[in-house]
Design a binder for this molecule. Structure first.
Ligand SMILES: Nc1ncnc2c1ncn2[C@@H]1O[C@H](COP(=O)(O)OP(=O)(O)OP(=O)(O)O)[C@@H](O)[C@H]1O
Ligand SMILES: [Mg+2]
Length: 489
């Protein structure tokens, strides 16, 4: 037996990998995955549709030295079977190249580490000319002001620019390249706000990011409307597959007619609201696939309101067929069967949630902290998990912390001292503890600030103060805030 090296022909292989099926927005998202894996805190996407059109994505992550950079440019820079860091969004060692060159003919990566800036470039025209895998390495004087955002990179301690130029496909498939790029910008903003919403909302404060598209800061697009007082959050359903934890959190959304314009946008309009029911599959908190029941649910009216967050760690990559674009996933039967059981539970529980609502004996217009629940003539008190402040707090927690928080809440409500309270109240022994005005004012302002961070309108937040216990007891403070913030006298 003998063997020979049979290397792929560079122009042919690269040309073929350009057709993997990226859209403009999934390609940019793949580049942003790398920035997040590089622990970037700020990511700037600049789209210039005129003169010499380009797309440049700059991050302030840990950057690369020349050796790292050269290796990063290699097709198959990493082994897909390698165990990755638990926060790494990569897998195949291909994304940066395939995503970029699916959109353009020239990919330049400029990176800064330890005070030194290096740049490398795959230029398809050069590869066609040389008919080999010739990576262009920039000389020092070639890294100059002609590179978009280079000044911003120079001012950073470390970071990376991914630069796309020469948009042959987009040019061929549209009448005007600039109109087409401008149009794609809107779709891109929506897509990034959705797939990275858990990073944008700083769900895990250590791994939050800010993303700017043409200097517009993206707001998180929460497909569960988890901040909405009428969204029903059902308990976490933990699943264990091959020793790894998958967290499943079901949400029942409010009826479409109850949503504000902003909420409607969040859920994808009336069409998206119906179409996008189902599982939302996250890999390391990055949304991969959404709006599917994997063909396993009955189409019940109630289901139209259900969206289920499924959190899968990257350690389980090998058992689900995640594709290079990270935009589709085929779950193995073992997970599907488990999820199927959870769906059955959701129907039971959501039916209960809806009947519970009928039996809730509290004032409809006030979000009270404790709710009185009637059950066959008996009453019990529960903490209102849909209370806006409780929700805001819950939203600031990681999935693991949420599960603990839920247990904590259950502990408090299950041990409510009914008898002792009854005796003390009837004897008039309960001292009323009134917080001072300054404390309440601060709480109200924090509620407004957190709501704005979650993408809500300041005006709506201020107007909702009167419906929230205990704020509703402090009308003079609410009026002061209204006066100052809404100019409402
Ligand atoms: N913005 C960046 N900052 C620092 N390093 C980066 C950056 N972008 C890419 N890299 C490095 O380049 C390598 C190759 O990136 P590429 O996207 O091609 O593959 P990957 O992220 O490893 O896997 P996948 O194909 O699943 O995306 C990364 O593993 C990382 O080491
Ligand atoms: Mg990648």
């Amino acid at each position: 037996m003998k063997d020979i090296d049979m290397l792929p022909l560079a122009p042919n292989l690269i040309e073929s990998t350009r057709s993997i099926g990226y859209s403009f927005e999934t390609a940019v998202a793949d580049i942003i995955d790398n920035s997040i894996s590089a622990i970037a805190k700020n990511i700037y996407v600049d789209i210039n549709a005129y003169d010499s059109p380009y797309v440049a994505i700059l991050d302030d992550g840990f950057g690369m030295n020349l050796i790292d950079l050269q290796n990063a440019m290699r097709y198959g820079s990493d082994n897909p079977n390698k165990t990755r860091d638990s926060n790494d969004l990569g897998r195949f060692g291909l994304g940066m190249k395939t995503a970029s060159l699916s959109q353009c003919r020239k990919l330049t990566v400029i990176s800064k580490k330890n005070g030194v800036i290096n740049a490398c470039c795959w230029d398809l025209d050069y590869i066609n000319k040389t008919k080999s895998w010739k990576l262009i390495i920039f000389e020092k004087d070639e890294i100059n002001a002609s590179i978009p955002m280079i000044e911003k990179l120079s001012n950073l301690e470390s970071g990376t620019i991914v630069l796309w130029q020469n948009f042959d496909y987009i040019k061929e498939s549209s009448i005007s390249l600039s109109d087409s790029l401008n149009e794609k910008t809107n779709d891109l903003m929506y897509h990034l706000s959705l797939v990275f919403h858990r990073y944008l909302s700083y769900e895990d404060p250590q791994h939050g990011v800010n993303i700017f598209v043409n200097n517009n800061k993206l707001k998180p697009l929460d497909p569960f409307l988890s901040y909405h007082t009428a969204t029903q959050v059902l308990p976490l359903e933990p699943l264990e597959i091959f020793g790894e934890k998958i967290l499943v959190k079901p949400y029942i959304l409010p009826h479409f007619s109850k949503l504000s314009q902003q909420d409607k946008y969040m859920v994808g309009g009336e069409d998206g609201f119906k179409r996008n029911q189902g599982f939302y599959i996250y890999r390391n908190k990055r949304l991969i696939k959404w709006g599917t029941w994997f063909k396993m649910s009955r189409q019940e009216e109630l289901f139209k309101l259900a969206r289920v967050m499924v959190d899968i760690p990257n350690t389980l990559d090998s058992i689900w067929q995640i594709d290079i674009k990270k935009s589709s996933a085929n779950l193995p039967d073992v997970i599907k069967i488990n999820l199927c059981n959870i769906i059955k539970n959701i129907v039971d529980k959501s039916e209960k949630v809806f009947t519970y609502r009928g039996r809730n004996v509290n004032s409809k217009n006030i979000n009270s902290v404790w709710v009185k629940i009637e059950n066959r003539g008996n009453y019990s008190y529960q903490i209102n998990q849909n209370h806006p402040i409780v929700k805001q707090y819950e939203n600031s927690l990681t999935i693991e912390e949420k599960s603990k928080f839920e247990k904590f809440i259950n502990l408090i409500q299950d041990s409510f001292p009914y008898d002792a309270v009854y005796v003390d109240v009837s004897k008039g022994n309960i001292a009323s503890q009134q917080p001072n005005d300054e404390f309440i004012f601060k709480e109200m302002m924090e509620y407004i600030e957190n709501g704005e961070k979650a993408g809500l309108e300041m005006k709506d937040l201020v107007n909702s103060l009167i419906t929230i216990e205990p704020f509703n007891k402090y009308i003079h403070i609410i009026n002061k805030i209204k006066e100052e913030m809404l100019n409402d006298k």
